[in-house]
Design a protein around this ligand. Structure first.
Ligand code: MG
Length: 168
């Protein structure tokens, strides 16, 4: 069983994952308002993924016999100026979340809390993908500039993204 200290940080992570969902929804709203429905779809799906992450922590805490807590969220940034800004912020945010997961893993390892270590391994792998996908899109958006055929094609491609909860 994890310590109260680790339980508290796992509960903090529910908050960060739900905050991530709201942050990406705010970005989706910007894209939708700019007429970029594919990019909006990408961020709506991203928000669904973040809620799924939050629920993974919620269920894990319950399964371990701990008490999950739902904590207050800060308001995310709602004003944006460009796709480049959005993907720069998204990549920075995912790097921050990776830091959080590493912090949790360090704590679980200090406690030799093997169930939590095993649980967090999924998130270590997930963060590699999250950073790679934001980094890839930032690179593409920078290359293509803010308008034109390239962005239109990328918007169409991102419209295809859908959320499928991964098998456990
Ligand atoms: Mg996440």
């Amino acid at each position: 069983m994890f310590s109260e200290k680790l339980l508290n940080e796992l509960n903090e992570q529910i908050k960060y994952e739900l905050y991530s969902a709201n942050y990406y929804l705010a970005m989706a709203a910007y894209c939708a308002a700019e007429g970029m429905d594919g990019f909006a779809n990408f961020f709506v799906v991203q928000a669904e993924e973040e809620r799924f992450h939050a629920m993974k922590f919620f269920h894990f805490i319950n399964e371990m016999g701990g008490r999950a807590q739902i904590r207050g969220l800060d308001e995310p940034k709602n004003e944006y100026n460009s796709l480049e800004e959005i993907f720069t912020l998204s990549l920075n945010h995912e790097k921050f979340v990776t830091g959080r997961i590493y912090f949790l893993m360090d704590m679980a390892q200090d406690e030799r809390e093997h169930a939590t270590i095993s649980f967090l391994n999924w998130f270590i792998d997930e963060q590699v993908e999250e950073e790679a996908s934001m980094s890839d899109l930032l690179h593409k958006v920078k290359m293509l500039g803010s308008q034109g055929q390239g962005i239109f094609m990328l918007d169409r491609e991102l419209a295809q993204r859908s959320f499928t909860p991964p098998a456990k």
